[in-house]
Structure formats: C-alpha cells, structure tokens
Write a protein that binds this ligand. Structure first.
Ligand SMILES: [Mg+2]
Length: 423
C-alpha cells in the first residue's frame, strides 16, 4: 500500500493543503520514454523549425539558462549540444493520467490545475505537519513508480494559494512547508511577482504605488489591496498570505466552443458539417464535464475567397439559436443540422461551433411531456462520456461522426488538460 501509516498527532503544527508540481514535466516524460536522452540537455519544441520556442527544458538544459519560452535560436546558442525533441502531447496526457492515478492512490486529489499541477486538501490526521511530510514523501516515491525520471516539488501550507507558492520555492524535487504562525514573514524572501496572480502588469501597478518587496506588500491594509487590484481579488490575497483557508467558487463560464481549419479533403459543405458535429461533440463533452447547461448554440463557417490560405476579410456565415437548456449530443446535433440548412453553398475553409448562455443549474423547468425523452438522451450522453474515458479515444460517438474522427486534432496547453478521449 502506498499510503503510509499516519501517526496519531493532535498537537503540533498543522497544514491544510498539499500542492504538487512536476518538474520539467514534458522534458522528463521524454527522458523517461527515451532513455538515451537521460542526463542530457534537451528542449521540447512544438515542432522543429527555426522560429519556435522551447516549451520545456530538462534540468540539464536549465543549467545553461534555457527555460520555457526561450527562443530556439537563443537556446542553441546557450547550449550548443542541446538535443531537440518534437513535442508529443498525447504521450504527456497519457503520463498525466497515470500520475493522477498514482497521486490519488496516496491522497485524494481535490483539483487538477494543469497537466503538471494538482492540489490535495488535507483532512483529519493528514493535517499534522509530520503526517503531511510523510504523505509528501510517499507521493514522491509513488511518482517514481510511474517513471523513475519524474520529479516533483511539493508545497504544504494552510491554504491552496500558499501551497502552490511553497511548491515553487524549491526545485527540482522540493518539499517546502509554510506554517500559519510564520506568516506572512515566511514569504519575505520572495518578490511580489512570485505570487500566483501577480503578473507583469500587476507588478508594474504595484511598483507605481511604491511596492517592490513582499514586506511592503504585507504591510498594506485589506482595503488598500482591494483598491490597488481594483477588485476583491486584492482583499482575498491579503487573507491568503496570512494563511486564511477559503477559495473562490469557479467563475461562471459564459460560453465554450471549438473552431477548426478544414483540411483540403474536408472543404465541402457536407464534410464541413461532419467536422462541425465533431466539434459539437467535443464542446458538449466538455459542457457535461463542467456540469453546465447551454441555453444557446451558434455555428460559424469561413469561406475561401482565393485558393490557398485563409485570409482576413474572407466571407463567413454564422447562425445561432436559443435552445431549451440542454447538454446532450443528440438534441444539440439536431439544432446544428437545422441551422446548417442556411449555410451558403460556397467552399468552406474553417468551421466553428459554440455553446453559450451556460448555466450551472437548469433555470427553466422541463416541458412536461419532453422530460422523459430528454432525460433518456442525457443519460445516453453521460454513458458515452464514461465509455470514452474508460476505453479510449472515441470508443463511442454520436452517429454521423464516423468519417471525421481524425479531422480535428486536439491541441494541448498548460492551462487545460484534454482528456485522452479527445485524441
Ligand atoms: Mg511544473
């Protein structure tokens, strides 16, 4: 069993959150998958062309000053022996799922925040610092079971915000804890810009107000922080850096959608509709994952004015419709098909589908006679998601998508983690 025995301790220092951040994630996965790259300076790039940037660097490459965002030409000048690796998003997502499962065996995950970051809220005896440190060690061990090149930095703190800050304080393979009694002084060796949410623009605003150090930031009143931020976020941060444990409800999502430039073989009205339905399927899957309902649906098609690449000013068509709050593929598909009748018969170059007026709860009551039918369709959509998650890419999908399963590739970013089912 990976989960260590926890000593019963009711006394002593306590922490509320554990934050885990993988070190040099994409580069480590490459070194795991290709042993010949281990111990070598490598940079992961989106594709191997001159005008690109590094999206990850191994620790051996970081020693030369290379980091995420370094231009490839600069990176090669800094480290002539640099090995370039073209990114393999699918592999990183596969490892991501294995890592999430491994962490979850030690400690339930409260939130997966990106492809290489997750947060766990500690409860009961887990909150005793000595036990939390034991759990952190177990997590690191468990991670090596997924891949022995994988390392992570772990932060322990009274709230999630500070646990993330702590995870950033020691790299690689770090383990840092911040205790409520030591706050905010324990942060004084950091700069305001080291706090999540203080980017370059906010930093500039703080500097204009004469705030350059964490000590100066910590001396502000909650009201002053609120004024500086121009929102309640500043006031929240005042409480967070003192160890208060509360976090925000996720912001309401107003819309979500997908757009895709059509490959040449899909540049017909019929094929574009099929791609549109696939995009709809992806958007609807996300909608259900987020537990939201859509109250409106839109489609947009760009047409090609000249042969070659799409250009600004190309003609386009769009249509949208209000819909009874729903989130099942089958009903949404019917709306898209109905709108599509208005699509002009020109040669399409890209297609987009979006869902809007998203709501957490259904605000409208179901029409009495449709209720059973709608519920059945929703159950079918939920079952489809579950199967795809368990058995892999598009085990089942709504009818009409057979020809286009590979037509709209999924891209990966740090801020969103596509489920494997989208590949
Ligand atoms: Mg990381």
């Amino acid at each position: 069993m990976p989960r260590p025995r926890l000593v019963d301790l009711h006394e002593g220092p306590q922490v509320g959150w554990l934050f885990l951040d993988l070190n040099a994630y994409f580069a480590s996965v490459e070194q795991q998958d290709r042993p010949e790259l281990r111990g070598r300076p490598i940079a992961v790039v989106p594709m191997i062309t001159e005008n690109t940037v590094c999206i990850a660097a191994s620790y051996e490459a970081k020693r030369f000053g290379i980091k995420t965002g370094t231009r490839l030409a600069d990176a090669q000048a800094m480290c002539p022996g640099l090995e370039l690796v073209a990114a393999r998003p699918r592999l990183y997502v596969e490892y991501h799922h294995a890592i999430v499962a491994a962490v979850d065996r030690c400690l339930p995950i409260s939130a997966v925040l990106s492809v290489d970051e997750m947060a766990c809220e500690l409860t009961g005896r887990e909150q005793a610092l000595s036990n939390a440190l034991r759990l952190a060690a177990a997590l690191k061990q468990e991670l090596r079971g997924v891949g022995d090149t994988l390392r992570c930095s772990i932060g322990l703190a009274p709230n999630r915000f500070l646990a993330k800050v702590a995870s950033d304080m020691e790299k690689p393979d770090g383990l840092v804890f911040l205790l409520k009694g030591d706050l905010p002084q324990a942060l004084f060796r950091l700069a305001p810009g080291d706090l999540p949410g203080i980017g370059t623009r906010m930093q500039a605003r703080l500097e204009l107000a004469g705030i350059r150090t964490m000590r100066q930031l910590a001396a502000l009143s909650p009201a002053r922080m609120r004024a500086l931020w121009g929102s309640v976020v500043g006031e929240r941060m005042w409480h967070w850096i003192r160890g208060a444990d509360f976090h925000d409800p996720p912001p309401p999502r107003r819309s979500l959608g997908r757009q895709h430039v059509l490959a040449p073989e899909f540049r017909s009205r019929e094929a574009a509709l099929e791609v549109g339905l696939k995009l709809l399927h992806l958007a609807a899957t996300e909608l259900r994952k987020l537990e939201l309902w859509a109250g409106g649906l839109g489609v947009q098609v760009d047409f090609m004015r000249f042969a070659g690449q799409p250009q600004p000013g190309d003609p386009y068509w769009e249509a949208h419709t209000r819909i009874a709050e729903c989130r099942d593929d089958f009903l949404l598909q019917r709306y898209v098909r109905r709108l599509w009748r208005g699509c002009p018969p020109a040669k399409p170059i890209s297609v987009g589908v979006w869902l809007y007026d998203l709501a957490r709860e259904r605000q409208r009551t179901l029409p009495l006679f449709d209720a059973a039918e709608q519920q059945r369709r929703e159950l079918a959509s939920d079952a489809m998601d579950a199967l795809n998650l368990k058995f892999g890419p598009q085990t089942v999908y709504p009818g009409g998508l057979q020809g286009v399963r590979a037509a709209a590739p999924t891209r990966i970013s740090f801020s969103s983690i596509p489920g494997l089912e989208r590949f």
